[in-house]
Write a protein that binds this ligand. Structure first.
Ligand SMILES: O=C(O)c1cc(C(=O)O)c2c(n1)C(=O)C(=O)c1cc(C(=O)O)[nH]c1-2
Length: 250
């Protein structure tokens, strides 16, 4: 499956190829879901109930590094974006992860929710926040995402977030399967996944509207697909690195 996608990526496109219409372009983006980490052996193991306690803990401790990088990545997008209307929508992503306290309303945010998940799987806060379990491959992959968002045109950074098109499904899978397979995980620990289902849908609406409007020639649309593939590869590589450290149970 991966080989097919790589091959498709290399196919030459004639210079005068017409742009796809919005619906067709969106379909092409969604088709890339074939390479989403939902299909990675480590994820299949986790959601199929075959992971040991150590494999669940290893995944949670390593994914923490992604969680803390996301708002930094989003701040990089903001810093490169001159459009106040886009920034007004995008800033919500930082609040989603970092939390906020405004007019008496308080939300602890996604990073805190992830730390609760970590505690629910039996890790201490300290061993997660000091990143002692984070494997170098995960660090490199996540840093590549943040660095891309810092250096690329902001519309490309927006486009790279579109792996979130496929995220509600993976969160729903965890909510549907983990309580049965891993009854030793305290159920409040799964709150993060619950909160992300609607947040990811809202994020995707914004990310898609920027992407469909900005990448308007065929060459630009091909570039958008490349950018999305780059981000899919980051997520895939994180799973590879985690699998290398903790193994994949048959
Ligand atoms: O658990 C997952 O499989 C998964 C994947 C992704 C993704 O597709 O990038 C995100 C998340 N979770 C997530 O929780 C999240 O907040 C998030 C933000 C972004 C992004 O690129 O801005 N991706 C993701």
């Amino acid at each position: 499956m991966k080989a097919e996608i790589l091959q498709a990526r290399r196919e030459a496109v004639p210079a005068d190829a017409p742009a796809w219409g919005a619906a067709e372009f969106e379909t092409k983006l969604r088709e890339r879901g074939r390479a989403y980490h939902i299909h990675h052996p480590y994820n299949l193991m986790l959601n199929g109930g075959r992971a040991t306690r150590e494999q669940v803990q290893g995944w949670v401790a390593n994914r923490y590094y992604y969680q803390i990088a996301i708002p930094v990545k989003d701040a990089a997008v903001l810093s490169n974006c001159p459009d106040p209307a886009v920034r007004r929508g995008w800033v919500q992503r930082i609040l989603d992860h970092d939390g906020f306290e405004l007019g008496g309303v308080r939300d602890a945010g996604g990073i805190e929710a992830w730390l609760r998940l970590a505690e629910a799987v039996g890790l201490s806060r300290e061993e997660v926040t000091d990143q002692r379990h984070v494997t170098p491959g995960v660090r490199f992959a996540v840093d590549a995402y943040v660095n891309f968002a810092r250096r690329a045109p902001w519309q490309e950074a927006v486009c790279s977030s579109l792996t979130e098109l496929f995220a509600p499904e993976i969160h729903k899978q965890r909510l549907a399967t983990w309580p049965e397979h891993y009854p030793w995980i305290e159920s409040e620990g799964l709150h993060y996944f619950r909160s992300r289902v609607s947040q990811a849908r809202r994020d995707v609406e914004q990310g898609l509207s920027v992407t469909l409007a900005h990448f308007s020639t065929r060459a630009a649309q091909e570039r958008a697909l490349e950018v999305l593939q780059f981000k899919l590869d980051i997520l895939w590589t994180m799973n590879d690195a985690i699998a290398l450290k903790y193994g994949v149970s048959a």
